[in-house]
Ligand binder design. Structure first.
Ligand code: FAD
Length: 669
């Protein structure tokens, strides 16, 4: 479908292109997608019109059946996760459009529960559990968060104390604040969990006075080795809770009600010593702790580092959902007509400048984020193969930063898509509301976005500091060195240049975005140093926190733009490339134009800012005609998208209502 745009001025449209050509360029794993979606085509019972009227029990049962149907059809997510992560993340993208609860349930089982066993355990754990986790015979949980501690994982209070006599860990919740909370798969299905608890070993050498006796008697003190993961069985094969395990349902949530989140309390639960997932630290029969990593902090970082896969998965499914919402909004607004010149037909909603400037830059970001998440998946998969420590650090920062950036963007975009579709966007059957509610928590779980962005900035600051100590910057950060070394000049020729060729020149756009990162890093480091002397490190950081978040965003946007630019350069079809180039220009211009830093630092003069604003409006107008083809290239089949107002088979303004009327129960000829 193409939706013929109404032309109101002399701005030229971009040449149309075959959306299949672009689809092929965007997606080299279509075969897997086709298989997954054709499995669902054959199972309409797994694809209800909407899940909004379902009780949580009905929704959970649906999601369980969907997951089992996938396994029965031969898809093995845990096998993908262990041997071909690209396929694993791609499957998550596909499932996100079926039902986000399904992606999350699958993520809990395979990436969190399965991933913790595979990545934090040893070959022994892998052998023992892999097949049962893969087949869902052993549904499991990832039990990290507690009632009183979510982001601050180092402060978790659940205890795992070694009983030297029985060679067992005693897992215990010391107080209500340490009850594990929000644990996915716990309320109904989970038969076991990776429980994050403080590993404590008796220090048999210690002697202490017995109070009041005046005598010395050996009394056991515990040595706390920090947070580790332990496999703890929760339910028996019949689903009954095991002794010492108490689980409550977290109840209805704002979205994702197909996932059974629960709260778990442990009362002196005994598990064998070998249930410690001990890749980064082990304990022998005599209670002796050993680790290849020298400090507790390094062990903790290594443990958390193994969990980056979850964040990569969230980026992928968030981008997938964004594509779904963009598809609905662009198709619908291309056909929905309201008002028009006197004695003339009404015009499409997408022909209004306000709609274009809302939706088309979002479409540009959607493409930018598509290429960036591909880059992240590539880097992650490379890191898994090579274990190169530089890459580990880089992927950690990239996954943290992109997860925060992508999910924040998508959360806002879902609202704008709903609003752009007016009242009909609010009908549950059109799915935008459900997408918005389900996705919202992506900004919080697997690391709260505000907390994750700080990790990105901390890494940039570390790179910046190590440069002064003579250490070379790793390849991804080399641009910082060049910009910082040249003391960040703002070139007057650049400041005042309003020529369109210059404004659309990737050299200008790249250097502007890099300048912003380097400048923000430079000023942040000065401010931190100044405040640290008076306030100490913690309060100095807090004093500069917004600055810190700006730095992370600036860095991520420059990475995203670079990924986009590379994709434009590598696209061989000239018509597709022209549209991609316009989208990439729009993406970068918007990042630059919306940031006051460029004007405050005299990098961009007011006249240039105005020229950029005009150019962005023009680019939106140029792209309006190809916008439907740009969403068609996402190639989401109608039976998966399911929103009656956003289907591909409506080819004109009257058709767009047909499916919707049918969904409401009207007969349509
Ligand atoms: C539906 C759902 C499913 C979940 N599934 C699981 C699961 O399966 N397993 C599991 O272990 N956990 C799970 N979680 C928990 C989730 O990972 C946590 O909610 C998340 O880590 C955030 O922690 P918190 O809720 O304690 O928020 P908090 O850390 O208390 O954050 C509250 C606010 O404080 C701000 N804040 C916190 N620290 C800082 C800081 N240093 N600087 C600035 N601002 C800060 C945050 O930005 C946020 O706005 C789930 C949560 C939900 C809602």
């Amino acid at each position: 479908m193409t939706g013929k745009p109404y032309r109101q001025n002399s701005i030229r449209s971009l040449p149309t292109f075959d959306s299949h050509v672009l689809e092929t360029y965007l997606d080299d794993q279509r075969e897997l997608k086709n298989k997954v979606y054709s499995m669902f085509r054959g199972r309409p019972d797994l694809l209800p019109e909407t899940v909004e009227g379902l009780s949580k029990e009905e929704h959970r049962s649906l999601v369980r059946r969907q997951l089992i149907a996938l396994l029965e059809a031969g898809f093995n997510p845990l096998d993908f996760f262990s041997h071909d992560v690209r396929k694993y993340f791609y499957l998550g993208e596909c499932l996100a459009l079926v039902d986000l609860s399904l992606t999350v349930k699958s993520g809990v089982q395979y990436s969190l529960w399965g991933g913790s066993v595979v990545n934090l355990g040893t070959e022994m754990h892998r052998k023992k559990y892999f097949d049962d986790i893969a087949s869902f015979r052993l549904p499991g949980c990832f039990a990290m968060t507690e009632l009183k501690h979510g982001s601050n994982v180092a402060a978790l209070q659940t205890e795992a104390v070694l009983d030297l006599m029985t060679d067992e860990w005693v897992i215990h919740t010391p107080d209500d604040g340490a009850i594990k909370w929000w644990i996915g798969n716990a309320a109904d299905d989970g038969r076991a969990a990776s429980v994050f608890a403080r590993l404590k070993i008796p220090d048999t050498s210690s002697t202490h006075p017995v109070p009041g006796s005046g005598h010395l008697r050996p009394q056991v003190q515990l040595i706390d080795h920090g947070v580790h993961a332990f496999i703890v069985p929760l339910r028996d094969a019949s689903g009954s809770l095991l002794p010492g395990i108490e689980i409550k349902d977290c109840g209805y949530k704002v979205g994702l009600n197909g996932v059974d989140n629960g709260a778990v309390r442990f009362t002196h639960v005994r598990v064998p010593r070998t249930n410690l997932l001990d890749r980064f630290g082990t304990v022998d029969k005599g209670g002796c702790y050993s680790s290849p990593l020298t400090s507790q902090a390094r062990r903790f970082a290594a443990t958390l580092g193994e969990l980056t896969g979850g964040r990569v998965g969230l980026c992928c499914s968030s981008v997938s959902l964004l594509k779904g919402a963009m598809t609905i909004a662009i198709r619908y607004t291309s056909h929905r007509e309201q008002f028009g010149p006197p004695d003339s037909p009404e015009i499409a909603v997408l022909d209004y400048q306000s709609s274009q400037t809302k939706l088309i830059p979002m479409l540009a970001s959607c493409y930018a984020l598509h290429f960036s998440k591909n880059f992240l998946v590539k880097q992650y998969s490379e890191m898994k193969k090579t274990r190169d420590p530089h890459l580990v650090e880089e992927v950690h920062a990239l996954s943290a930063g992109l997860k925060a950036y992508v999910t924040h963007f998508t959360a806002n975009a879902l609202s704008v898509c709903r609003e752009s579709c007016g009242g009909h966007g609010y009908a549950a059957v059109n799915r935008l509301g459900m997408m918005r509610s389900d996705h919202d928590i992506f900004q919080t779980f697997e690391g709260d976005n505000t907390v994750l962005l700080q990790q990105v900035s901390a890494l940039l600051l570390k790179q910046y500091k190590s440069q002064f100590k003579g250490a070379p910057l790793t390849s991804s950060y080399r641009f910082l060195g060049q910009l910082l070394a040249s003391s960040l000049p703002s070139n007057p020729l650049v400041t005042y240049d309003t020529d369109i060729r210059h404004l659309r020149d990737p050299v200008f756009l790249t250097s502007a975005l890099e300048y912003r990162t380097a400048r923000t890093l430079f000023t942040l480091s000065l401010r931190l140093r100044k405040h640290r002397a008076k306030l100490g490190a913690f309060h100095a950081w807090n004093q500069c926190l917004n600055h810190t978040l700006n730095l992370a965003n600036a860095y991520i946007e420059s990475v995203v733009y670079k990924c986009f630019l590379k994709a434009v350069e590598e696209c061989l079809d000239p018509d597709c490339r022209r549209s991609l180039k316009a989208l990439s220009d729009l993406y970068a211009l918007r990042c630059i134009e919306s940031d006051m830093l460029f004007r405050n630092e005299d990098y961009i003069a007011p006249a240039k800012a105005k020229a950029m604003q005009r150019l962005m409006v023009d680019l939106c107008s140029e792209l309006r005609g190809v916008a439907p083809a740009l969403v068609d290239a996402f190639a989401i089949p109608d039976h998966i998208l399911r929103a009656p107002i956003g289907l591909s088979n409506s080819t004109g303004a009257s058709d767009v209502y047909k499916e919707y009327l049918l969904a409401a129960g009207f007969d349509v000829v």
